[in-house]
Design a protein. Sequence first.
Length: 125
Amino acid sequence: MNKFSPANVMFIQNRACERINEVLDALGLDYTERHDYIQCACPVHAGDNPRGMYWLIKSNHWKCATRGCHLDPITGPSTSVFGIVRGVMSRKTETPWNFHQAVTFISQALGLEEHQEDTMTAQRE
């Protein structure tokens, strides 16, 4: 299992926030883009309210407005991109996902594995 350095995690988080649509697509979410936010039914609790979950683009965080899933331990609890991935994938796989799995998922979804390997190589040298 590859470990992610704090610099790698920050890089992946920043890219994920810049490319949040790609992350949401990789999660298989059906969402609607608004001016400064993205909304959909909360995928963590499989909600049916199309406005139940939102991602705020400027502040890069999410919130479940119907059940407060962002506060659930299954998400971390976390309002970060890693929290939403943990919550969605824990529900989809019916197995709790950890932080490392969420970071790996995003890294792979965005094709950032090369950056991870380059940074790890540089750290060893």
